[in-house]
Design a protein around this ligand. Structure first.
Ligand code: NAP
Length: 355
């Protein structure tokens, strides 16, 4: 049981990111003081969306300079905080050096932030944004699960630097967090494992991998069709609630799969047809696996034959019952998240009408 004093500041790493943006909004709406360590606190362009929210909410935001790869750099921001949200970690798929670009910031960054928690006496709880990617590597791993569903009991054992490097980075980072947590007893660790996050962010020009995945459904890239690549999906606004509850519910403990829907890329795209099908090149066919296998690696180097074999036409199923039971999670409909997200992209010129 951990009770967080609401008058103490709350620290959020990665506040400039897609997922953290809505969490910071929630904290500011609740009147909390948010300490936001960011890489470049003097870049007004990067902070503008956070500042706009702070100007109309009762809470207050204070910026600090920190980097995941600069040991000790989170100390000033964490001083006096009882609650720390560690969301910062790169989410990109197309990388040249996965060790440097993904694994190091994920694992060493987690170690950096949590070692600072060890040295900051006020800290009582850390909420870590892990991922369902730390639970499974490929959809085909579902076959190895006891009831054909991914649960919080499982760990990703099939990703590596060579195959699914992002998922590998999330797995080693979460393991590192549990190791550091278990070596002490002052602060507890609550982990959020979101599936793929969609929905409108506070920054319509987000650089998270999610944006390019959904944009491709309307910019013509997928006009020949979309693969039936199974995914769990959660709305970014629902995910902010999950983080908030993980921070403030005294009994919260352990890992939580936060995922509203078991679906796939083609089914996701079909939720856009009614409203946008006339004016935008929304996919109308599911791309067959054999075709993906032939052309996938040619058009996209991250789409290897191993990825295709193990994920396309293979359903994804996650058990979200713990989050519903213990965090009181409720999830908005998939079509609402997809349509709101797509509309935000249209409003900001990220997808354009055809013809
Ligand atoms: P994002 O928009 O790219 O945000 C990543 C954040 O991490 C940014 O604030 C970025 O700061 C920060 N960051 C990256 N490298 C850093 C470094 N070396 N030092 C300090 N900060 C650094 O991605 P996101 O989608 O919001 O992801 C946030 C978290 O959610 C990640 O832990 C990700 O694994 C997790 N997650 C995301 C999804 C999803 O579908 N989006 C699903 C499951 C889990 P800058 O602004 O300075 O670059």
């Amino acid at each position: 049981m951990t009770t967080i004093e609401r008058s103490a500041p709350v620290m959020v790493t990665g506040a400039t990111g897609y997922v953290a943006g809505l969490l910071v909004k929630k904290l500011l709406e609740e009147g909390l003081t948010v300490h936001a360590p960011v890489r470049d606190p003097n870049n007004p362009e990067k902070l503008k969306y956070l500042n706009e929210i702070a100007s109309v909410t009762p809470g207050e935001i204070k910026y600090f300079k920190a980097d995941l790869l600069n040991d000790g750099s989170y100390a000033e921001a964490m001083a006096g905080c009882e609650l720390v949200f560690h969301t910062a970690s790169p989410f990109k798929i197309d990388v040249k050096d996965p060790q440097k670009e993904l694994v190091d910031p994920a694992r060493l960054g987690t170690r950096n932030v949590l070692e600072t928690a060890n040295q900051t006496p006020s800290v009582k709880r850390v909420v870590l944004t892990s991922s369902c990617a730390a639970i499974y590597g490929d959809n085909i791993d579902l076959k190895e699960t006891p009831n054909n569903v991914f649960t919080e009991e499982m760990w990703n054992t099939s990703s590596s630097l060579e195959h699914g490097a992002y998922s590998y980075s999330k797995t080693v980072a979460e393991k590192e967090a549990w190791k550091i947590n278990e070596a002490q007893s002052r602060w507890d660790l609550v982990v959020i494992n979101p599936s793929l996050v969609i929905g409108p962010g506070i920054n319509p020009h987000g650089t998270s991998e999610t944006f390019s995945m959904i944009r491709q459904m309307g910019d013509g890239t997928l006009k020949a069709g979309a693969p039936r690549w199974g995914f769990g999906i959660v709305d970014v606004r629902d995910l902010a609630e999950a983080h908030y509850k993980a921070g403030f519910i005294p009994e919260a403990q352990g890992r939580h799969i936060i995922s509203g829907h078991n679906t796939d890329l083609f089914a996701m795209s079909q939720t856009l047809l009614d409203k946008y099908g006339k004016d935008y090149p929304i996919p109308r066919k599911a791309l067959p696996k054999w075709l993906m296998w032939l052309i996938g690696p040619i058009v996209d180097k991250t789409m290897t034959r191993k990825v295709i074999t193990r994920n396309i036409d293979v359903p994804w199923k996650g058990d979200n019952s713990k989050g519903i039971r213990e965090l009181g999670m409720r999830y908005r409909p998939l079509a609402e998240s997809m349509n709101d997200f797509f509309q935000q992209m249209i409003d900001n010129g990220l997808v354009k009408k055809t013809g």
